[in-house]
Design a protein around this ligand. Structure first.
Ligand SMILES: *Cc1c(COP(=O)(O)O)cnc(C)c1O
Length: 402
């Protein structure tokens, strides 16, 4: 490690709260699918800021929109009507079956909003005392008190934060019987990711999703889909739930929505959106002019360049290459799976040394659940970059490091 890097670690440790297990890289700048560290080393980025910079880093066209809007209006408050916010909402509802949008600033805040909307809709529109939210094991929904409670994981995420909010229940993944039994007259909504991200890149089975929809309809329960990671063309359709031919009552977006500026959104059908009334929910920064203008441009680019189709195609290529690698290393790769460019390579060996070997070869990806390499590159990633990544992984798996 360089002296510049060591110095940075020392400064950070004295002023930044210690909540992150950071990678041993101090990132300086980025361009498209490349990141650069303080010493000028170049990395090929298969992480994209955790599925955030889906159109690549530091784009000129987005920088232009940012600069132009920054000189016009950055923030006025939600006390005003603002054209960029309305325009963005129009573009968002055109991508899906939702009718109304509430803008916020992060994935957790979007999910928090979705939970609040589901509960308030039940109480104020349906006049039913339903409040319980059912989620799946290994899910991840965020770090606010209610979204960490909704999250189907134990350990550090919940430890030390009790008492946790009431009205949350977790059931086993892909187990329709368990879900059926968990639904009661108090159930307001079932909330799930179509492809679990943090949980290890696990797509739900279509038959399971159909059965969930049945349970929702029969019991008057809402379906909330957390598309914070899987949305915005990542999986090969604009929204992952579109692979399953369903229309959720509520779904959430965040990560890639403004390609790196903080933004979240709750999308709902007209009917369920009646659950919110003036004064019932709000946030200062949500849907501000600057971030809305940028997200609006993100949607234009994604539509014009059919990024969903690109993600589908490139996802197929990643899968084919990963399968070849699995054949070469049957003792080290247990399985490969994913949807579009949300891809997981499950190792049967300890993940950390493999991840580290990739980093040393200047490839950035994420390790989740200890053994699963999660690839969520910019959707602009090229076949050459994918081949280079697989060659590096081949090299790591062939070396004594793995
Ligand atoms: C990242 C993520 C969140 C939390 O988003 P934040 O912006 O970090 O609050 C919630 N749900 C899913 C599926 C995520 O991937």
């Amino acid at each position: 490690m360089s002296q510049k890097f060591d110095e940075m670690v020392k400064r950070e440790n004295s002023v930044i709260c210690s909540t992150y297990g950071r990678y041993p890289v101090a990132v300086s700048h980025g361009r498209d699918c490349r990141l650069y560290d303080l010493d000028g080393n170049e990395y090929i980025d298969f992480l994209a800021g955790i599925a955030v910079c889906s159109l690549g880093h530091s784009r000129e066209d987005l920088a232009d929109v940012m600069a132009e809007q920054a000189r016009k209006l950055v923030h006025a408050s939600n006390l005003f009507y603002q054209a960029p916010q309305i325009e963005l909402a129009e573009k968002l509802v055109a991508t899906c079956g939702a009718d109304k949008v509430f803008f916020c600033n992060s994935g957790a805040e979007a999910n928090e909003g979705a939970i609040k909307l589901a509960r308030r809709y039940m109480r104020k529109v349906r006049n039913e005392d339903r409040y319980e939210i059912i989620t799946l094991a290994r899910s991840f929904h965020g770090r606010t008190l209610s979204t960490l409670t909704a999250t189907g994981q134990t350990g550090l995420i919940k430890d030390g934060f009790e008492p946790l909010p009431q009205g949350f229940l977790t059931v086993p993944f892909n187990d329709i019987e368990a879900l059926q039994q968990a639904v009661t007259p108090q159930t307001a909504a079932i909330m799930m990711e179509m492809v679990q991200g943090e949980g290890g890149v696990r797509p739900l089975e279509p038959a399971y999703v159909n059965a969930v929809m049945d349970i929702c309809r029969k019991n008057g329960v809402l379906l909330i889909v957390d598309e914070v990671q899987s949305g915005m063309c990542r999986t090969g359709k604009f929204w992952a739930h579109q692979h399953y031919g369903i229309t959720p009552d509520i779904f959430t977006s965040a990560k890639a929505l403004a390609n790196g500026l903080p933004m979240g959104a709750v999308l709902a059908t007209d009917e369920v959106a009646k659950g919110f009334a003036p004064g019932s929910h709000a946030t200062t920064f949500g849907g501000g002019a600057l971030v809305s203008a940028v997200a609006s441009k993100v949607l234009d680019i994604m539509n014009e360049q059919d990024m969903a189709e690109r993600a589908r195609e490139m996802g197929e290529f990643v899968k084919a290459e990963a399968l070849k690698l699995k054949e070469r290393h049957p003792d080290k790769i247990q399985g490969v799976r994913g949807l579009g460019l949300m891809f997981g390579i499950e190792l049967s060996v300890e993940g950390k040394p493999v991840w580290n070997g990739l980093l040393e070869r200047r490839f950035i990806c994420n390790l989740t659940q200890g053994r699963i390499l999660r690839l969520v590159p910019p959707l602009t990633i090229t076949r050459d970059d994918v081949r280079a990544f697989m060659a590096a992984l081949d090299d790591v798996l062939s070396s004594p490091e793995a």
